[in-house]
Design a protein around this ligand. Structure first.
Ligand code: PMV
Length: 344
């Protein structure tokens, strides 16, 4: 069994959560980011994708979790496939099948793992060769956070950087990220739309652009030194400053729900009592709590007891994107070849 055949390949990638956030696109365009970010790839949240270029197709077809994509969602995938066709000389349209092992409707950022898996599979199907930096760049052009999901463990994406780069492998630090899924109301503002609204209307956006790089530097050093308190302080500050810039938008962007606020207070209080726990939130109400692996069970039990928390997902530092064997159900395919390698 091979990991790709002419015109066809499968890949998987894992979601990541930013420890130091990016929010805002660079003035240079091409979906480059205005501030550097640092993330942790998560083992438990996976997307698998198969791309098959097929001469009998008259348009790209994309199926996500059994549902045929249409409109803007389909267009985002097509744009990536067009880039791959341009780079490889592949002329055929593609059939894409993609599945997450976590509920897309739970409000988790599936675009990171989704576009990373798609970038790796599409490049391999077009016989472009397993180049991690090229896959990361391709993923970044569709969703900047997806650039980081090519690599394992701790990953950085510099300001205006074409591709993400590894900082430390998943074995570097035995952390645990618990995702507390907060009950959802109506659909949130998309991250792309929210960033643009913040840039155009928030008086605090300039402050965010100034504050984010030193927080990134501090968080990066804290990760390398395995200094939990230092990482906790900088991660929470990065989250709150990012949300402050959104709150200052007109109209305001408020992702917090009552349970999000309750969790922010609870985690702050618990850390003051000596628990190794820190919170972070992205473009949605879910609260992700970082802790040391040895403490994860206590954190999980606590999160489950908080009213308004619907579900808790337990994640550890995760592996890099990989090509999968062909044949048989996508969900059962074995990992064959890693694409994002981490140097230590
Ligand atoms: O690139 P996007 O659209 O996935 O934006 C992600 C933005 C945040 O998740 C809020 C922050 C981050 O760095 O992941």
């Amino acid at each position: 069994m091979t990991d790709s055949a002419p015109g066809r390949a499968r890949a998987e990638a894992h979601a990541n959560i930013a420890l130091a956030k990016y929010w805002g696109k660079s003035e240079r365009g091409d979906n480059l980011t205005a501030v550097p970010s640092l993330s942790l790839t998560l083992d438990a949240l996976t997307t698998r994708s198969e791309v098959c270029f097929d001469a009998s197709l008259s348009a790209d077809e994309v199926n996500l979790g059994g549902k045929q994509l249409e409109g803007r969602e389909l267009e985002r995938v097509r744009v990536m496939l067009d880039r791959v066709r341009l780079q490889s000389g592949e002329k055929r349209f593609a059939r894409v099948e993609s599945a997450n092992n976590f509920p897309t409707a739970a409000g988790l950022a599936s675009s990171a793992s989704g576009f990373a898996a798609l970038a790796v599979a599409a490049r391999a199907a077009a016989e472009l060769g397993p180049d991690a930096a090229a896959a990361s760049k391709l993923a970044r052009q569709s969703s900047a956070s997806a650039a980081r999901s090519i690599f394992e463990g701790f990953v950085e994406l510099g300001r205006d950087a074409d591709a993400a780069a590894p900082v430390a492998p998943s074995s570097h630090w035995d952390l645990c990220m618990l995702v507390a899924i907060v009950e959802q109301g109506k659909k949130e503002v998309s991250s792309t739309g929210g960033m643009e609204q913040t840039r155009l209307t928030s008086p605090y956006y300039a402050g965010w652009l100034e504050a984010a790089p030193p927080l990134f530097d501090e968080a990066r050093e804290a990760v390398l030194a395995r200094d939990f308190q230092r990482l906790a302080t900088n991660m929470e500050r990065s989250t709150l400053l990012m949300h402050a810039s959104m709150l200052g938008s007109d109209p305001p962007i408020v992702y917090f729900k009552p349970a999000s606020i309750a969790l922010i207070h609870a985690i702050t209080g618990r850390r003051a009592q000596g628990f190794p726990e820190a919170f972070t939130l992205d473009a949605g109400p879910n609260v992700k709590v970082l802790t040391l692996a040895e403490h994860a069970e206590k954190t999980e039990n606590f999160l489950r007891s908080v009213p308004g928390v619907a579900q808790v997902l337990v994640c550890r530092p995760g592996p890099p994107a990989a090509l999968l064997e062909l044949g048989g159900p996508l969900a059962d395919a074995r990992r064959l070849r890693v694409v994002g390698e981490t140097r230590t």
